[in-house]
Design a protein around this ligand. Sequence first.
Ligand SMILES: [Zn+2]
Length: 141
Amino acid sequence: MKYHIISDIMKTNFLCPHCRGHLRVSNSIIFLTKTNKGKSGLLLVSPELGDYNVKVHPEYNNFEEGEIVNFICPICYENLDAKEYDKNLAKIIMKEEDGKESTIVFSKITGEKCTYKIYQGTISSYGTDAEGYKSIFGDLF
Ligand SMILES: [Zn+2]
């Protein structure tokens, strides 16, 4: 398993894999979200991989541990599920300053801290729960 520090995160863009719209505004990646308990709201996450602080409206802050959050592109309304990996994972595109594009895969489960950066057959993982999906990515680790 490899760990990378992203030095110039300010110049990194995050795109919807469906419409390639920009999901990042200022220092947040913005998602429409809807939980499996029927709650919905905007959810802002840090562009820093492995930073699991989220910003939501105070009325949309009552997530239960284990609650599944569905991530939806706020531009084209497509679901961001990464079903090719696991039903509990979602994905977006990370485009770095040099044009390099990686797939960022992360957990939809509240409280589960794992993020994977996949680039040309190699994977970097972040978060204390990253080992949990290791078998899915197999040889990439
Ligand atoms: Zn989109």
